[in-house]
Ligand binder design. Structure first.
Ligand SMILES: C[S@@+](CC[C@H](N)C(=O)[O-])C[C@H]1O[C@@H](n2cnc3c(N)ncnc32)[C@H](O)[C@@H]1O
Length: 225
């Protein structure tokens, strides 16, 4: 059964080399995120695009996991979901997130097993988070286990990052390399070929009126067969 394969780290198909997993700051990620950051990591143009994508892809009533979350989940305010489950590294940020019904704290670079039942989710979201995963393969495997058939995974990111905390696969790659790297990891764990989005955004306000750009928008979207 797929679930038992995913629970077994030996059966995870490794894609990254050891060198690609390394990062400049190898200290405990929990220390880096110990103090809450009540800031927006992505600009308003990116966030508006992301919320529109969620409106299109996640039905009302869905059980949603916001993995690697913070005090914001970018979900459309007017849509009611069955449950929104949050995960991250800072409990205070998660506690302040008004969209979350419940949450937990777990360092995914230490332990990749998610405390969620098989096929219990309709949607799983990672925003500006995949870039910090040193072991993305077992995380991709766990997400496959936890989503129900037809459930959607949306991994969204821009070109911003905490550079010392991102593994080399991310910090040294181009935008296209990053999209390809996420897709490669997913496919190797049994996900079907994902849809890739790479879009410019228009800045909000006066800068946008004269053609200024916002944060570029990238997303990898995969549906569990
Ligand atoms: C740039 S923030 C993005 C937060 C949120 N998704 C958003 O859209 O604002 C990166 C998040 O990744 C999570 N994260 C980073 N390293 C992690 C790790 N090793 N294990 C679990 N979560 C981690 C933290 O919770 C942090 O809030």
């Amino acid at each position: 059964m797929r679930a038992s394969v995913c629970r077994d780290p030996v059966m995870t198909t490794l894609v990254l080399s050891d060198a690609e997993r390394r990062k400049l700051d190898e200290s405990d990620d929990g220390l880096f995120y110990a103090e809450p950051r009540f800031v927006q990591h992505l600009d308003a143009a990116f966030r508006a695009r992301l919320t529109r994508l969620y409106q299109e892809r996640i039905p009302a009533g869905a059980v949603v996991l916001d993995l690697m979350s913070s005090w914001v989940s970018h979900l459309p305010e007017e849509v009611g979901y069955g449950e929104v489950i949050g995960h991250g590294l800072n409990g205070q940020e998660l506690q302040a997130n008004p969209r979350l019904n419940r949450h937990w704290v777990q360092n995914l670079n230490v332990d990749q097993q998610l405390p969620l039942a098989d096929a219990s989710l309709d949607a799983a979201l990672i925003v500006a988070g995949w870039q910090y995963l040193q072991q993305p393969e077992p995380v991709a495997c766990e997400l496959l286990r936890c989503l129900r058939p037809g459930g959607v995974l949306i991994v969204a990111f821009s070109n911003r990052l905490f550079p010392t905390k991102a593994p080399r696969i991310w910090s040294e790659g181009s935008d296209a390399d990053r999209l390809a790297a996420v897709a490669r990891v997913l496919i190797a764990q049994g996900w079907p070929r994902p849809e890739l989005l790479a879009e410019a955004t228009r800045a909000r306000g006066p800068l946008g009126w004269i053609g200024g750009h916002g944060d570029p928008f990238f997303a990898v979207i995969a549906t569990r067969p």
